[in-house]
Design a protein around this ligand. Structure first.
Ligand SMILES: NC(=O)c1ccc[n+]([C@@H]2O[C@H](COP(=O)([O-])OP(=O)(O)OC[C@H]3O[C@@H](n4cnc5c(N)ncnc54)[C@H](OP(=O)(O)O)[C@@H]3O)[C@@H](O)[C@H]2O)c1
Length: 220
């Protein structure tokens, strides 16, 4: 497959690039300042604020052709909800025209709380302290933008509450729209295992549009 990753230099994106390349996929690594590396990875300069640059990048360099899938994994500091929603629409529009599937790596805030399905995690101080609420709400707005798109083929992957660089175990537990907790009582996964889940979903798309994953210990 040809897999484009927008946000390829980020914590998540760089691991998705590595995971996809290790499995033999052709990878288009999109960012504003792309680096060099693996021969299976083609660095492409693309600013998510520029619809034409995104369209051209997803159309792929000749003779490769359009990406089969694009992983959207961008973020800004501080959180910029307008940018995130616009960039998401831009990717969904371009992907819909090219027939490219979209996997959005979004936020845990868009999930339901495990003990109260009507309470979004973004509004639950047990998981989202006040200072992270704008980030969580930006992720929720991003999911709404996906749901409002008439044509694109998308899936929105919410990480668990904690997502950090760590070990690649190759395993994870998968759920749909409710926050998951690992056996140790924490809602977490390594960025490496999240990348495994991303590439699994790209290779074999599931039926759900909103999914989540969590660390799976060797005993579960
Ligand atoms: N628990 C959680 O819910 C949780 C935790 C962590 C992350 N996340 C989510 O995971 C996703 C990825 O986060 P991350 O931690 O990997 O972010 P990160 O390390 O900060 O990387 C951000 C990426 O966005 C790219 N980017 C920013 N502005 C761009 C623009 N205008 N055009 C193109 N690329 C742009 C950057 O590329 P350049 O600067 O090279 O262009 C970089 O590759 C985000 O949706 C984030 O919210 C969720």
């Amino acid at each position: 497959m040809t897999v484009a990753v927008l946000g390829a230099t980020g914590m998540v994106g760089s691991r998705v690039v590595a995971e996809a390349a290790a499995r033999g996929h052709r990878v288009l690594a999109l960012s504003r300042k792309p680096g060099e590396g693996d021969p299976n990875v083609t660095p492409v300069v693309a600013d998510a604020s520029d619809p034409e640059a995104v369209r051209q990048a997803l159309a792929g360099p000749a003779p490769t052709g359009a990406a089969d899938a694009v992983v959207l994994s961008v973020r800004t500091f501080p959180a910029d909800r307008e940018f995130l929603v616009r960039a998401t629409r831009t990717v969904l529009d371009a992907a819909a025209r090219l027939g490219t599937r979209v996997l959005v790596v979004g936020g845990a805030g868009a999930l339901r709380s495990p003990d109260d399905p009507d309470l979004p995690v973004a509004d639950n101080p047990a998981y989202v302290p006040a200072e992270y609420r704008p980030v969580a709400l930006a992720g929720t707005a991003q999911l709404r933008a996906c749901r409002a798109h008439a044509d694109a083929d998308w899936v929105y992957l919410s990480p668990p509450a904690l997502l950090e660089p760590g070990e690649r175990t190759g395993g994870y537990r998968r759920g749909t729209d409710t926050l998951l907790t690992a056996m140790d009582g924490r809602s977490w996964i390594s960025a490496e295992d999240l990348a495994v889940a991303v590439v699994d979903e790209v290779e074999i798309p599931g039926a759900e549009r909103h999914i989540t994953v969590v660390h799976r210990s060797s005993t579960t």
